[in-house]
Design a protein around this ligand. Structure first.
Ligand code: ADP
Ligand code: MG
Length: 262
């Protein structure tokens, strides 16, 4: 399947955040969405799932306008994990993950739905937390619950907004590897906003860099993530190190002595 973004623009009031953004993402590809704080990554992801309908332009999946999809159809096509998840207090982990099965349920959850939820929890290493309340978990544990919910939903396109931001090192690497395997093994698509350039280099098939309301570059990570691009987009000097485990980006201090706005 192909998710196509056609000349979309987005703004909050008079503040234009995205202008004329176009690209496409296909099944079987992990697309890392990169850019400094405030560059519009979260806004773009919300626009792709029609949580914020675009002010101009269109998003379609295999020619079907995302804005015209019924909620259940949309939930089968798109699984969104926001940067800051809203959750109902005193809901268990199991109940939260089971919500992912809602688009497929007729009357009540089947054994298959429970199975899918259990497998998703196992995959995300939270099976032993299944009876706990989501509001009583650590930020990283909670983040894994919502990724598990998306896995239980099993959509055609996963849209994740900084899914690894609260995760420890092992779970960051594990989550990215799992998502890479799901995308390639089940032929799903994924667009994932992130900040870790080395995770993007290792686990993504394509990188989309945002700058000045638009697409600065889009392509294979090893082609896009050059020291020049990293300097242009983040204002940070860096060099690329080659090792037997692949390429690594080694950043230097910001060139102007300050960090990017945001
Ligand atoms: P990123 O995810 O790349 O950090 P965002 O998409 O969250 O960037 O934000 C892009 C711009 O839109 C920023 O300037 C931010 O201040 C603004 N913005 C984000 N959300 C809102 C909102 N709800 N209302 C007004 N402005 C917003
Ligand atoms: Mg964001």
């Amino acid at each position: 399947m192909k998710l196509t973004v056609n000349n979309i623009s987005q703004r909050y009031g008079s503040n234009e955040v995205l202008k004329d953004v176009s690209f496409s993402a296909c099944s079987g590809e992990v697309v890392a969405l990169l850019g400094p704080n405030g560059s519009g990554k979260s806004t773009l992801i919300k626009t792709l799932c029609d949580l914020m309908p675009p002010k101009a332009g269109k998003v379609d999946i295999d020619g079907r306008d995302v804005a015209c999809l019924q909620p259940i159809e949309r939930a089968k096509l798109i699984g969104y994990v926001p940067q800051n998840v809203q959750y109902a207090p005193f809901t268990t982990v199991l109940d939260t993950v089971l919500v992912g099965r809602r688009p497929y349920v007729q009357w009540s959850y089947s054994m298959d739905d429970l199975d899918m939820a259990s497998r998703a929890m196992e995959t995300m290493d939270i099976l032993d937390l299944r009876g706990r309340y989501v509001n009583e978990l650590s930020g990283g544990q909670r983040q894994r619950v919502f990724i598990a919910r998306a896995l239980a939903q099993s959509p055609q396109f996963y849209l994740f907004d900084e899914p690894t931001s609260s995760l420890d090192l092992k779970h960051q690497l594990r989550t990215m590897r799992i998502m890479h395997e799901v995308v390639h093994g089940q032929d799903r698509g994924m667009i994932v906003a992130m900040h870790d350039l080395n995770l993007a280099l290792r686990y993504s098939d394509k990188v989309l860099m945002l700058k000045d309301k638009g697409v600065y570059a889009y392509g294979r990570p090893e082609d896009v993530l050059t020291p020049e691009a990293i300097h242009d987009v983040y204002g940070v000097e860096s060099f690329i190190m080659e090792s037997e485990r692949g390429l690594f980006i080694v950043p230097d201090e910001p060139s102007d002595g300050t960090c990017a706005e945001g």
